[in-house]
Design a protein around this ligand. Structure first.
Ligand code: GLU
Length: 305
């Protein structure tokens, strides 16, 4: 297993030069484009890893799985999906175009930015801090890592350069698709995106979803099996934005990416498989990470499609 992980990371390193780290959030520009790591956590809790495993990244969009899972834990499924769709968008993660062009102005799915912001508005908490603590709590339960915390420098960096996400939030409120204080909702969003993790954390989070919502390290139930099915289905169809189809062909299991360079994969009934590699392709997905997962999928027969 270690040998296969190392071989896959070596192959992933071969394409790193074709990618670049995200710079639209200035603090992310400091990430190391040469870092690459992979980890696998079986649903029996056994963990193996290779590469630059000490690298810490911010989860960014991977946090959307925790906030959506939290919303499904608290609110009725039909209520959540009456406010946000479940269809792939084929648009970039921060696109505003379809939101305006189609009535009702409902975000296409909960994994693009507009959908994730809307999901946060459904959570019944008093303020941004309470809401953030709840999302962070879910992520800690998914990873079994109680020390997870927010990188406030990255959160501030995004907050200061967030014209697009602010536009999405205010647009949603202007067409009455979303209620609440937009600035408070965005504050939670920026901070949940800035939660730090390692490749190991991501692998355990993926394994929790793979095992039907039960954390394999401590046996804690985080989500119902129904919620796990919904989260994995959305990861499969929308998890890599407008690169989801290409990823399905090349890798073939549910996964969620983030512009910090992480990808959290989940192979139902088997394992969580994750990569960390901040050099991104043109769609904002880890370029070396996808290559690494492609090799792992083939060598370990992880394809579910
Ligand atoms: N915080 C990022 C943003 O809203 C998340 C995007 C991503 O990871 O894809 O732009």
């Amino acid at each position: 297993m270690e040998r296969i992980l190392e071989e896959a990371v070596r192959s992933g390193r071969g394409v790193l030069r074709e990618g670049t780290v995200a710079t639209y959030i200035p603090e992310l520009a400091k990430s190391d484009p040469a870092a690459l790591a992979a980890a696998c956590c079986g649903i029996d809790g056994s963990i193996r890893s290779a590469g630059d495993t000490a690298t810490r990244i911010t989860v960014q969009s991977i946090s959307k799985m925790a906030s959506l899972g939290l919303a499904l834990n608290i609110c009725r499924e039909d209520l959540v999906f009456s406010r946000v769709g479940v269809e792939p968008s084929a648009d970039p993660f921060n696109s505003i175009m379809r939101l305006e062009m189609r009535a009702p102005h409902r975000p296409q799915n909960p994994l693009i930015n507009s959908g994730a912001i809307l999901v946060l508005s459904l959570l019944p908490f008093r303020d941004s801090n309470e809401r953030l603590e709840a999302v962070l709590g879910v992520m800690k339960k998914m990873s079994g890592n109680n020390h997870m915390s927010v990188n406030e420098a990255v959160a501030a960096s995004e907050r200061n350069t967030s014209d697009r996400n602010r536009s999405l939030g205010y647009f949603l409120r202007s067409v009455e698709a979303m209620e609440g204080n937009v600035e408070n909702i965005l504050d939670t969003y920026f901070r949940q995106c800035a939660i730090e993790c390692t490749v190991r954390d991501l692998a355990v989070m993926g394994a929790t979803l793979a095992s039907g919502g039960v954390n394999p390290l401590n046996g804690d139930r985080v989500f119902s099996s129904r919620t796990s099915i919904i989260l994995r289905a959305l990861m499969q169809t929308c998890g890599l934005y407008d690169g989801s189809g290409d990823f399905a062909v090349r890798v073939g299991f549910p996964a969620k990416s983030g512009v910090g360079g992480g990808i959290m994969g989940s192979v139902p009934g088997r394992a969580g498989v994750a990569v960390v590699g901040p050099a991104l392709d043109a769609r904002g997905n880890s370029i070396g990470g996808i290559r690494t997962l492609e090799i792992l999928s083939e060598k370990l027969s992880l394809r579910v499609l």
